[in-house]
Design a protein around this ligand. Sequence first.
Ligand code: ARG
Length: 435
Amino acid sequence: MSDLLWKKSGQSGPDEKVMAFLAGDDVKLDRYLLGFDIQASAAHANGLRTIGVLSDEECNQVQGALRAIADDLASGKKELDIRFEDGHSAIEAWLTESLGPLGAKIHTGRSRNDQVAVALRLYLKHQLEMLLRACEAIARALLARAAKEKDIVLPGHTHLQKAMPSSAGLWLAGHAEAFIDNTETAFRIRQCIDASPLGTASGFGINLPLAREQVAQELSFARLVVNPQYAQNARGKVEWLALTALAAATLDLRRFAWDLSLFSSDEFDYLVLAQRYCTGSSIMPNKNNPDVAELLRATHGVVVGAQAELNEVLALPSGYHRDLQATKPPVIRAFTKGLQALDLVPDLVRTFEWKRDKLAKGISPEMFATDETTELAAQGMPFREAYRNIAENLSAVQNRDALETVRKRISPGASGKLMLEVLTARLDELTGIEK
Ligand code: ARG
């Protein structure tokens, strides 16, 4: 291992076994954060120049060296490996390697505590941006199909029992609206965590007039985390909030994937998933299983499991505690899995095919009972009386044209008036697309 940042002369420090435990998964997981850490280090160096801790020349050298490190990491010439305790140590070691004592000046006015906090916020903002885009893409794919398939009749169910004739358009637009909400949730939570903790050091500030605002702006943060103690106390909480946005999306994904697996089952048989999203059985030659939809469904468990893990780790008093390092694995695991899953959905949506004959066969006459009851009520019969009349003689409910029936459902949002333009306009506004 390269020299530990905090090792004092004459002290032996932890042995290898203890060090391996302390470092935990950091060298692996800090690979996700390293680019953000380098970006924040560059902004911090500019801030140090502003207050005269680094000269212009020194700052230029640091910037050049940081760029070289980023390039070497990208090309694979450098790698974060077990020689380093973590990504922060690696950056300082690489800087010192190329600049000598100047490299060690970078840590003036910062601590690894605010360094990791800022890298994580940048990482989370990026993940939430990708979440927002993933939710948008899913919503758009669903809206496009809803527009095309508003006239495909779909048996509507409640309690897993046949209820009323409905449409593919209504089902698709319903899932679309969920993902529009999730786009908004990702957007708002991103705003909520868009604050820079850099320059709060170990949680108490520093006896230097750090250019925190300038550094925050350079890193595109909307504002500062003002209070140094809160900058530390918010560690893990911002991750928890970000996971809430992810969990909202995977919750809806779970329901959508459930519907797909149900509708593609032999029992329902309403749709066929594209072959590339299905797998066979190792023993049963007849099987074609919806494994992708099932693993999409399982993603929510990964995300809320990560959130539960965070909750446990965060049972801490104020200030930095090394426990906080244990927030990284669940968060990175959940975002990696969650985004990988969400990314598959638009194509899955575009490629399944309805089995129209089966959908039509799924409509039985008693499913028109509610429409008939409402018609009687609209003609002036008290609703309860109409309900009882129909209920007492269900077999007398006339079979109808199902398509005509769903087209007549004109209450706003219903199958005859899906209001897709309203949903689309809301999504456009959220995602900044001008018409
Ligand atoms: N790997 C550590 C973490 O994730 C970095 C901060 C270490 N700070 C400290 N005071 N030991 O929390």
